[in-house]
Design a protein around this ligand. Structure first.
Ligand code: G
Ligand code: G
Ligand code: NA
Ligand code: MN
Length: 252
């Protein structure tokens, strides 16, 4: 069976699942959000990471369907956490370029707003996507924002955004790519880039989130640099929804 046919079968058999990784407020150490990360539970090969199948779903036109599933799943899980924890965290869902560019993406979000509270939903969008079709992206993002959904630019610094455009986009946060965090305590250049992104974000009134934080040293340094939030193995690996519920309950 081709990879594409196996993916089609996986959709029918409901073999995708979401894991959640906490985002921690560096000011008070609290979990303030979670990022949903999709996996495929392949009966033959076990748990498969998104890097292996998201590009294929995009190529064969299945990303819209799986992307909509991920949005609904994340909102359902968030609703469950809310039943046991009044301070259920904001949930962030990754949105692929092709998915956002489809003309009906804003309509999908509007229709979800009829069944779900979207006031604690964030979308993570890569910067390359936003720059590719700037005018239509801005219009879509405005419609989404009107429903209370916030937008973070993912992998910031790895693409080619014009700073003039970043300032005009209806976004609320920048996520510093993991590669910059890895280089931060290796030499002066890495540190310079991270502190420049934090300063840029704050001067544009955007929140800034560091990805891939693995050590206490990185976390301390980011706090000193006034980074708002951090995410990474230091705090937690991505967890299944029920384990995330347990983690949230211990913090409630
Ligand atoms: O979980 P992992 O580190 O393997 O994730 C790798 C990449 O896959 C991340 O860059 C993430 O943004 C992307 N990704 C994870 N879940 C989703 C999803 O539901 N939709 C899309 N489009 N990308 C995702
Ligand atoms: O593309 P995106 O940035 O959304 O990807 C997040 C990916 O990074 C996920 O696949 C997740 O499993 C992985 N990840 C999360 N925290 C860490 C970390 O501290 N170190 C490393 N190396 N990877 C991480
Ligand atoms: Na992401
Ligand atoms: Mn990222």
């Amino acid at each position: 069976l081709s990879f594409e046919s196996r993916l089609r079968r996986a959709i029918k058999a409901d073999e995708f699942l979401l894991h959640y990784q906490p985002k921690v407020d560096l000011g008070n150490g609290q979990i303030c959000g979670v990022e949903a990360l999709i996996r495929w539970q392949d009966p033959e090969r076990g748990l498969i990471a998104p890097g292996e199948f998201i590009p294929v779903l995009e190529e064969c036109g299945l990303i819209g369907e799986v992307g909509e599933w991920a949005l609904r799943r994340a909102l359902i899980d968030q609703g469950r956490w809310r039943e046991t924890n009044a301070n259920a965290p904001k949930v962030a869902v990754n949105v692929s370029s092709l998915q956002l560019r489809k003309t009906d993406f804003a309509e999908l979000v509007c229709s979800l707003s009829e069944s779900f509270d979207l006031s604690n939903l964030e979308l993570e969008v890569t910067e390359s996507l936003l720059m590719e079709e700037l005018e239509s992206s801005v219009q879509t993002l405005r419609k989404i924002r009107d429903k209370g959904v916030t937008v973070a630019v993912d992998d910031f610094g790895t693409g080619y955004s014009s700073l003039a455009y970043i300032a005009k986009l209806p976004i609320t946060a920048l996520k510093i790519d993991r590669s910059f965090i890895m280089e931060m305590n290796i030499g002066p250049q890495g540190l310079a880039i991270v502190s420049a992104i934090i300063a840029l974000a704050h001067s544009l009134n955007l929140k800034v989130i560091a990805e891939g934080v693995e050590t206490e040293e990185q976390s301390r340094l980011l706090h000193l640099l006034r980074c708002d939030e951090a995410q990474g193995y230091l705090f937690s690996r991505p967890l299944p929804a029920d384990e995330m519920a347990e983690l949230l309950a211990t913090k409630a």
